[in-house]
Ligand binder design. Structure first.
Ligand code: AQP
Length: 343
């Protein structure tokens, strides 16, 4: 059996399928920055443009969204010197390993993915093959770096379990201990930020209603208006978190407050118990503007120089390939591909 010692390494990605939302920021990006700054493990972050095209993307908007996402990463605190930052399509090893994983994963596994069911909906005959295979590409994104820790929001938990299943099946099929079994890192007060219009749906970049989300590029007035108009119930805030159990919209706003203030929902409730939303919402809006305005201003500044962004992505892709290429080569050896002489 081929034994490999897996050194801890962090990988995660975000789709350039629209502008960044508060959900992406609190559920993913804020954790990315904390893991990078902790300095305990190397960190690799990716704009997963190949994932984005599993549903239709206008080419001009996709290119813009990829650069803007890169600006968002940097503005939120990702340092391209400390972390490896790149877009997925520039590192072909992702798609190459994904093909191998397409041959390892089973149709039944993929068909059970709730994201596939939600996104394909009743019209699955018309959905792209790429959307169905999305989780195998995600497994490849992680495994091509032998990443061991993957910070994500709650919605990606099922895909990470599938990543573990694919790694385990590959290792069993080929009698190797080559791919690591990943640990999901789902932490913080806002691992599932919900829509501002419907507390049962997650906040999403592709929701047709812009009022359902806060975009990282929204200005202060827009953020305040969206929070003011967020759906809530008529009762005041309770005096303990258990009182939020059947109040999804109220719970969502409290969780957002806690995550933005780097505190716990319990502490937010202790400070705001008994308040009407007419009082709580303006406090939340002020906090959101204070935390998000510097990020959005920095994104604007970075987007003035897209050549610089492209240089950062190019350098990131080079560094990513230094790790990915030998892992793909070894995978091909394990699978039994002939390496041409002199290649
Ligand atoms: N609402 C959310 N709450 C907490 N975390 C979230 N994430 C996304 N939405 C929330 C986390 O952000 C990371 C990147 O997600 P993604 O863009 O790759 O895909 P997604 O989860 O499908 O996000 P969207 O906004 O809903 O995109 P679209 O609309 O294109 O499908 C992931 O770690 C995710 O958990």
């Amino acid at each position: 059996m081929t034994e490999v010692v897996h050194t801890p390494r962090v990988f995660s990605g975000i789709q350039p399928s629209g502008g960044l939302t508060l959900g992406n920021y609190l559920g993913a990006m804020k954790r990315f920055v904390e893991l990078q700054d902790a300095g305990e493990m190397p960190t690799i972050f990716c704009m997963v443009d190949l994932h984005a095209i599993t549903v239709w993307q206008d080419p001009v908007r996709l290119r813009h969204a990829t650069r803007e996402l890169c600006a968002g990463f940097i503005a939120a605190g990702i340092d391209p010197e400390k972390s490896i930052l790149f877009n997925q399509s520039q590192v072909p090893e992702h798609a190459q390993l994904a093909w191998i994983f397409n041959c390892v994963a089973r149709m039944g596994w993929m068909g059970r993915m709730t994201q596939w069911k939600d996104k394909a909906g009743k019209n699955s005959e018309n959905a792209s093959l790429g959307l169905f295979a999305y989780p195998a590409l995600m497994a490849a994104d992680i495994m091509i770096y032998h990443a061991t820790h993957v910070p994500v929001g709650e919605d990606q938990k099922q895909h990470l379990e599938l990543t573990r299943d694919i790694a385990i099946k590959f290792n069993n099929d080929y009698d190797v201990n080559f791919f690591p079994v990943v640990e999901p890192v789902i932490e913080g007060a806002a691992t599932r930020v919900m829509s501002l219009r419907d507390g049962s749906k997650k906040m999403s970049k592709s929701d047709p209603s812009d009022m359902s989300r806060i975009n990282l590029t929204d200005d202060a007035d827009t953020i305040a208006r969206k929070i003011r108009k967020a759906k809530t119930d008529p009762a005041p805030l309770p005096d303990n978190v258990e009182g939020l159990a059947d109040r999804p919209e109220a719970r969502n706003l409290v969780n957002i407050y806690a995550a933005l203030a780097d505190t716990t929902p319990e502490a937010v409730i202790a400070d705001h118990a008994g308040q009407q939303f007419g009082t709580f919402k303006p406090s939340l809006a002020d906090l959101a503007v204070a935390k998000l305005a510097p990020i959005s201003e920095e994104m604007d500044r970075l987007m003035q120089d897209v050549d610089q962004i492209d240089r950062i992505l190019g350098r990131g892709a080079e560094r990513a390939r230094e790790i990915a290429a030998p892992i793909l080569e070894r995978t091909y050896d394990i699978v039994g591909m002939v390496r041409a002489q002199g290649a």
